[in-house]
Design a protein around this ligand. Structure first.
Ligand SMILES: Nc1nc2c(c(=O)[nH]1)N(C=O)[C@@H](CNc1ccc(C(=O)N[C@@H](CCC(=O)O)C(=O)O)cc1)CN2
Ligand SMILES: Nc1ncnc2c1ncn2[C@@H]1O[C@H](COP(=O)(O)OP(=O)(O)OP(=O)(O)O)[C@@H](O)[C@H]1O
Length: 183
């Protein structure tokens, strides 16, 4: 059984072997699939993330969705995430630790007010288990949530088995450019 630490190293080296020119196209495909789901169609409040350069690219999808739904993005506050309304790229600022762009809006929401969460991750498996960047932010956030949870990843991030700890929260669905896994 591989450990989370080993799996993070494996995925990091796989990332370096990818042709990133395809990532924009893959990301478009992934979010086209997400938009077909009942969970998406029924949702009015979405928690997405604003992608960093090694993640499924969310920027276009967030802009598109924000025209007819309320879209929120995570903001790091110590050990927790605050959920802040997306009001356009111009109203975002880089956060000091990882440089992730975060919204500057005053409008916040509790996780209980969210219908659908688009979850980033380092690796996922076909049972919709997820491993993140190892800080536990999403595990703590999602443990309190009944929202639909859709993980998004490139297909190379799907592994046979993600090591699962007790606090890890499984997702309802994982979407890649090649597959849709449901639980
Ligand atoms: N786009 C995006 N936003 C997000 C997350 C995410 O995974 N992706 N988060 C999800 O939790 C939260 C931020 N948590 C983060 C945790 C670690 C790292 C990071 O870059 N870690 C380095 C190495 C660790 C370190 O420096 O100590 C890395 O993974 O290379 C970034 C964000 C909230 N916002
Ligand atoms: N519900 C929780 N309550 C308290 N601590 C937690 C909880 N979930 C995770 N943690 C702690 O967070 C740390 C990181 O956990 P883990 O390696 O599973 O994170 P991850 O799922 O990879 O990261 P993330 O959720 O940030 O993407 C662990 O030390 C774990 O004990």
């Amino acid at each position: 059984m591989t450990t989370k630490k080993e799996l993070r190293i494996t995925i990091k080296s796989l990332k370096n072997q990818q042709d990133r020119k395809e990532w924009e196209e893959f990301s478009n495909k992934i979010f086209a699939q997400v938009e077909q789901t009942e969970a998406f169609k029924k949702s009015s409040t979405i928690l997405s993330y604003w992608s960093m350069n090694d993640e499924v690219i969310t920027h276009q999808a967030v802009e598109r969705w924000s025209k007819h739904k309320k879209v929120y993005l995570p903001l790091i506050k110590g050990n927790d995430l605050e959920l802040v309304r997306f009001e356009g790229v111009k109203k975002m600022k880089p956060e000091p630790i990882f440089g992730i762009l975060e919204p500057t809006s005053e409008e916040k929401i509790e996780i209980s007010g969210i219908d659908l969460v688009i979850v980033p991750g380092v690796a996922f498996d076909a049972n919709c288990n997820r491993m993140g960047r190892g800080k536990g932010y999403y595990d703590r956030l999602l443990s309190e949530s009944v929202a639909a949870k859709i993980g998004v990843a490139y297909n190379f991030q799907i592994v046979d088995e993600v090591p699962v700890d007790q606090h890890d929260v499984p997702l309802n669905m994982v979407v890649t450019e090649k597959n849709i896994f449901k639980r």
